[in-house]
Write a protein that binds this ligand. Structure first.
Ligand code: KPL
Length: 317
C-alpha cells in the first residue's frame, strides 16, 4: 500500500472512499487516493467487477490503475461518497444508490454549475451533504486513458447541518490524495466564481467547436461577452453576493481561457460525444434564477437555447 504523502495524515482513519461516476474526475480521484482506498459504485444493471485504465499524472509517469466496482450495501467502513456524475444525471443516480448507504456517510458533490447540488441537499436534508469546487483539470482523450491535465485546488464546504459537522474529517480523507484540498466556509462564493467561468467559456467552445483559448478571437464571443458579464453581475448583486464588476468578471473568464487555452471544455466534449450537456446548470441556471428574482437575462437564455439546439435535448422549462 502506498504510504500517506504527508506524515501528518498518518493519523487519518483508513476506510473506503466510494466514488459514484467513473468519468475523468472520478478516475482522477480514484488514482490519486492511497492504493486500495477507492471503489467505484456499480450503476444499476451493470455487472462490471473492475475498472482498469491508464492514468497519466502531472509528472507524465503513466501507470495502470485498477478500481473495484462494488454495491454500496457490500462495503464496510465507508468514510466518504464522492459523486462525480454529470449535473443532469446526479439526482437520479443518487436516488438509485443512497438508500443502501449508511445515513452517516458524508456525500461530497463535485458537479459543475449550480442547481444540482441544491436539489440533492433538498432531497436529503438529514444527511451530511457537502459540495466541492475544484480547479483540477482531468480529461479522457480515449476511453481507456485518463490524463491529469493541470494541478488545481479543491475547496469543500457544507450544504446541510450534518455536512458542517463532518467537514474537517471529509477534507482530511480527501487530502490523503496528492491533490490540494481545503475546507471553505464560504463555498457559495467559490461555486459562483466557477459558475461565472463556465458560463463565459463553455457555451462558446461548444457553439464554435474550438478549444478554450480560441474563443477569445471569435466574433461571437467578442459580441456577447460584455453583455453576458453584465447579466452575471446583475444576478450576483440580486443574490446578495460579493459581486466583482463586469470588467473583473470578464478578466477572470479570460485568465482561465488563457491558462486552459488548449483544453477541450467539458461542454464541447459532451457535444462531440453526443451526451447531454450541463447547459441547464450553467447559463440555463443563470437565466432561470434571474427569472425567479425578476431579472430578464437574454444573453444567458440565447446561449442556453443555442447549445440545446446543438444536442437537441429537452429543456428544464
Ligand atoms: O471547467 C471547465 C470545463 O471545461 O468545464 C473549464 C474551466 C472551462 C476548463 O476546461
Amino acid at each position: 500500500m502506498r504510504a500517506p504523502h504527508d506524515p501528518n495524515l498518518a493519523q487519518v482513519r483508513q476506510g473506503k472512499i466510494l466514488i459514484l461516476g467513473a468519468g475523468a474526475m472520478g478516475r482522477l480521484w480514484a488514482a490519486s487516493l492511497p492504493l486500495g482506498t477507492a471503489r467505484f459504485l456499480r450503476r444499476a444493471n451493470s455487472v462490471a467487477s473492475d475498472c482498469q485504465y491508464y492514468f497519466r499524472p502531472l509528472d507524465g509517469q503513466q501507470r495502470t490503475v485498477t478500481v473495484t466496482y462494488c454495491d454500496a450495501a457490500d462495503v464496510v467502513d465507508v468514510r466518504l461518497l464522492l459523486v462525480t456524475t454529470k449535473a443532469p444525471a446526479t439526482l437520479a443516480a443518487l436516488q438509485d444508490q443512497l438508500s443502501a448507504l449508511h445515513p452517516s456517510v458524508p456525500v461530497v458533490l463535485f458537479q459543475n454549475g449550480m442547481g444540482s447540488q441544491q436539489e440533492v441537499a433538498r432531497h436529503w436534508p438529514d444527511r451530511p451533504i457537502l459540495v466541492a469546487s475544484t480547479t483540477e483539470a482531468a480529461n479522457r482523450p480515449a476511453p481507456e486513458m485518463t490524463v491529469h491535465a493541470g494541478a488545481g485546488h479543491t475547496w469543500v464546504g457544507a450544504l446541510t447541518p450534518l455536512g458542517q459537522a463532518c467537514l474537517h474529517e471529509a477534507v482530511e480523507q480527501l487530502a490523503q490524495s496528492r491533490l490540494t484540498v481545503s475546507a471553505e466556509a464560504d463555498i457559495h462564493q467559490r461555486l459562483w466564481r466557477k459558475l461565472v467561468v463556465n458560463a463565459g467559456i463553455n457555451p462558446f467552445t461548444a457553439l464554435l467547436d474550438c478549444p478554450n483559448g480560441e474563443i477569445l478571437h471569435q466574433p461571437l464571443y467578442r459580441q456577447y461577452i460584455d453583455p453576458l458579464c453584465e447579466e452575471l453581475y446583475q444576478l450576483m448583486v440580486r443574490e446578495g453576493l460579493d459581486a466583482p464588476s463586469p470588467t473583473e468578471l470578464r478578466s477572470t473568464i479570460e485568465a482561465v481561457a488563457h491558462s486552459t487555452a488548449a483544453n477541450t471544455s467539458s461542454m464541447r466534449s459532451d457535444v462531440l460525444t453526443g451526451q447531454t450537456t450541463e447547459i441547464d446548470y450553467i447559463n440555463g441556471y443563470v437565466a432561470r434564477r434571474g427569472q425567479e428574482l425578476g431579472l430578464d437575462l437574454p444573453v444567458n437564455r440565447m446561449l442556453t437555447d443555442s447549445v440545446k439546439m446543438l444536442t437537441n435535448h429537452s429543456s428544464l422549462g
